[in-house]
Ligand binder design. Structure first.
Ligand code: ADP
Ligand code: MG
Length: 590
């Protein structure tokens, strides 16, 4: 075959292969256009999972009649005009690909009325041609209809899933767009039935979280709001004890754009290391705002991925802010799992217990570590403070005072709010673990030991460079890793706690992390796993009788220990039943 230039229509269909994967991608592109046009209300109507019809109508700025046909041309955009514009782009679109791509794989109608004009115009596009604009009476804004998606691409049409599945993907996108823009109202319908009631924009951000992610997340998530290094990170992260079996509630936006990014995922995972039950996934909604020039959004046709110019700074910011917020999940500091409210009539409208961000519920209890280790099996109870409330009545500590031990497993305590139950083993385990960690962190590298025979590891030149650069980091963790040749490194010292492990495998994994993410927490993680095992063995077992002073000492330690709201496996260490809930149980006050 001789060389030829492909006709435009075919070029668009090929481009559509990348941008338009399924009905949900059409919805995403059209809603993003509406947002770029400044819409405050976006109505999305779907028929047959999007295979029959996708209609998106907005109240944004609109398109001039003379430009309707142009909007359907490839590489036609009003959003950028030069390379400099691309570097500072704040709109969601800029490639001028979506409308022509959608038009090439569906029967498309584009109707628009510009603000300040009295009449709208409509064009129709199919098989590469665009009709002459026809006047149409309509509200100001733009309406796009894509009928019979992939009618001319049988291979794609065949791969469309069941209506429900395709609509599910659409719903997912609308959810994520609704979280990105809490100032915009979204209405979604499927086969004429209203779906996903997303309240008007003015009802506020918490309200939107509640509508999209449910009341539990909206009420209990920790609020994040940090600024630094020319960036701002804000949003909400779910409590570790509320983690999910799927990573289905993880929303990260960079300048308003939802992205899936390995660097971000890594920073989040690292922040939750230690507090998450194995195999569980935290829920979060986070917005990162930074200068557009610091992030390249033009690395993926559908823009699901971005590239940060200073990935390390971004990684650090995310890790640190989340880590700090989660460290505040002390028992009593934020509300742990409340007991399920009794199912009685009217319970639903009762005021919920005061829960929420770690900022809103500050720890007013003195933080000074109290030397109360008396609940530990071996020493006699010496601390009088543990025995009796020395604090004024008005200052009952958050977890209250112990009343009894139940079934050798739980501590029952009376708090100012109501009644508290503590899983004593789980709580003690976390406290012991945090102490072991702090002790080891404080003692630094002194706990390392020299290997009789240094471990030689053959690596790539790139990895050897990395090992050399990371020398100080290794050292701080008790390792001595040095370059032994162009493609080999040797390990001469290791932290005593890890001496019995497969050093080569560990160092290789660390290098792989450094190569992938410029960062590795593997040594800490491995060390922490060991400490967790130790802590488990060192902690009070079920059926060990505790005296009241011992129990009170444990409660005070929980209040003072970071992350003590959940055990080392991410399960809650305590629950609270407040007075209102107790009243409800007995139908009091009715
Ligand atoms: P891009 O969004 O990358 O610019 P599109 O193909 O999605 O490319 O859209 C082409 C152009 O059509 C946009 O740049 C914009 O000027 C115009 N347009 C598309 N949708 C809308 C809309 N809903 N409201 C106003 N203008 C729109
Ligand atoms: Mg667009």
């Amino acid at each position: 075959m001789s060389i030829r230039v492909l006709p435009d229509h075919l070029v668009n269909q090929i481009a559509a292969g990348e941008v338009i994967e399924r009905p949900a991608s059409v919805v995403k592109e059209l809603v993003e256009n509406a947002l770029d046009a400044g819409a405050r209300l976006i109505e999305i109507d779907i028929e047959a999972g999007g295979a029959k019809l996708i209609r998106v109508a907005d109240d944004g700025g609109g398109i001039a009649p003379a430009e309707l046909a142009l909007a359907l041309c490839r590489h036609a955009t009003s959003k950028i005009a030069s390379m400099e514009d691309l570097e500072s782009v704040r709109s969601l679109g800029f490639r001028g690909e979506a409308l022509p791509s959608i038009a090439s794989v569906s029967r498309l109608t584009l109707a628009s009325r510009q603000a300040g004009t009295s009449l709208g115009h409509r064009v129709e596009a199919s098989s590469g041609g665009v009709s002459v604009p026809q006047p149409e009476a309509m509200r100001p804004g733009t309406r796009v209809e894509a009928w019979d998606l992939f009618y001319n691409v049988p291979a794609r049409r065949k791969f469309l899933k069941a209506e429900r599945t395709e609509f599910g993907h659409i719903e997912d996108w609308v959810r994520s767009l609704a979280l990105a823009r809490t100032d915009v109202e979204f209405r979604l319908s499927h086969n004429g039935k209203a779906q996903l009631p997303i309240r008007p924009a003015h009802s506020g951000e918490r309200q939107r979280l509640r509508a999209v992610l449910g009341p539990e997340f909206a009420e209990r998530a920790l609020e994040i709001d940090v600024e630094g290094a020319g960036a701002r990170l804000r949003g909400w992260v779910g409590l570790p004890t509320d983690a999910r079996s799927q990573a289905d509630q993880q929303y990260f936006y960079v300048n308003g754009r939802l992205v899936r990014d390995r660097l971000i995922a890594h920073a989040v995972r690292q922040a939750y290391a230690d507090v998450l039950f194995h195999g569980r996934h935290p829920a979060f909604v986070l917005h990162l705002a930074l200068e557009p020039a610091r992030v390249d959004v033009n690395v993926h046709p559908a823009k699901h991925e971005v590239r940060f110019r200073d990935g390390r700074t971004v990684h650090d910011m995310i890790y640190r802010s989340l880590h700090e917020a989660l460290a505040g999940t002390r028992a009593g500091g934020v509300v742990a799992t409340p007991m399920p409210a009794p199912e009685v009539e009217g319970a639903a409208d009762a005021t919920p217990a005061p829960v929420g961000s770690y900022r809103q519920v500050p720890l007013h209890w003195p933080q000074a570590a109290q030397p109360l280790a008396s609940y530990r099996a071996l020493y006699a109870v010496t601390d009088a403070a543990a025995a009796a409330p020395v604090h004024p009545e008005t200052e009952v500590p958050p977890l209250g005072y112990a009343l009894a031990q139940l079934h050798g497993v739980f501590i029952l305590a009376e708090s100012a709010a109501g009644l508290v139950l503590v899983d004593m083993h789980a709580a003690h385990e976390r406290i012991t673990y945090e102490r072991l960690k702090s002790a080891l962190d404080a003692s630094g590298a002194t706990h390392s030991q020299a290997l009789l025979v240094p471990v030689q590891i053959a690596v790539s030149a790139r990895e050897a460079d990395l090992a050399e650069q990371a020398g100080q980091r290794f050292e701080a963790l008790g390792f001595d890793v040095a370059r032994a040749g162009p493609e080999s490194i040797s390990v001469r010292r290791v932290p005593s706690a890890l001496a019995d492990l497969d050093i080569e495998a560990l160092v290789r994994d660390v290098l792989a992390d450094l190569r992938e993410h410029g960062e590795s927490a593997r040594i800490e993680e491995t060390r922490n796993e060991l400490l967790a095992t130790l802590a488990c063995h060192a902690s009070v077992r079920a059926n060990r009788r505790l005296s009241l002073p011992e129990m009170n000492a444990l409660l005070r330690d929980m209040e003072a220990t970071e992350r003590s709201g959940q055990c080392n496996h991410g399960r809650p260490t305590w629950v609270q039943l407040d007075k209102a809930a107790l009243d409800r149980l007995f139908l009091r006050g009715r």
